[in-house]
Design a protein around this ligand. Sequence first.
Ligand SMILES: Nc1ncnc2c1ncn2[C@@H]1O[C@H](COP(=O)(O)OS(=O)(=O)O)[C@@H](OP(=O)(O)O)[C@H]1O
Ligand SMILES: Nc1ncnc2c1ncn2[C@@H]1O[C@H](COP(=O)(O)OP(=O)(O)O)[C@@H](O)[C@H]1O
Length: 199
Amino acid sequence: MSKSTNVTWHETSLTKEHRRKQNGHESTVLWFTGLSGSGKSTIANAVAKELYNRNIRSYVLDGDNIRHGLNKDLGFSEEDRTENIRRIGEVSKLFVDSGQFVLTAFISPFRADRQIVRDLLEEGEFIEVYIKCPIEECEVRDPKGLYDKARKGIIKDFTGIDSPYEEPEQPEIILESDQYSIEECVEQVIGYLTAKKAI
Ligand SMILES: Nc1ncnc2c1ncn2[C@@H]1O[C@H](COP(=O)(O)OS(=O)(=O)O)[C@@H](OP(=O)(O)O)[C@H]1O
Ligand SMILES: Nc1ncnc2c1ncn2[C@@H]1O[C@H](COP(=O)(O)OP(=O)(O)O)[C@@H](O)[C@H]1O
């Protein structure tokens, strides 16, 4: 039984629609997923900057601000990754409710975990952005030196080496970060949001 069985949901008089109207734009999750080094953080932050320049409210959640705080009790076992994504999904839903775009940059390697987040949200509110980049290219980039450590066995359960990554089957957006520049990837995301009349 859930520990919150006796907790009552508090209805608020101000709704998501009020907040969206005040902001003058929609609110959705842009869920970036991909291997370490594929470019999730770089592209998510570049998209957020472009949104800011257009006076659109957004916030980036990534490992640095979540795994050092809210999720600092979690490691990289399958169970912990699932809990990591579950909590980030719940936080993302709050951001959508607040009328803002939220850009999440987590490996989120398991399809089922990403589906749980999609199911938490309403139709159209979960935009899965797959940063598709061959592991060979991620290994060359190795911005944090982690692939090198994983190959040497210093880090265990590293995604793509000795822990799986399940590719999205029908992501809303695919960004091939080994084929297109950061700017071109940003344009692709902004183009999608514009076409959907979200901005
Ligand atoms: N074992 C292992 N596997 C994968 N990644 C590892 C691991 N250990 C540490 N790191 C660093 O943690 C970042 C991934 O954290 P995430 O919260 O995105 O992972 S997950 O979604 O829960 O799988 C990841 O950051 P990114 O490079 O930004 O993806 C790594 O820097
Ligand atoms: N087209 C591109 N898109 C994103 N990152 C790129 C691209 N080309 C090169 N890079 C580089 O690849 C690295 C990606 O690192 P990062 O954004 O931290 O990835 P992740 O968050 O997926 O681990 C950065 O050093 C970035 O400058």
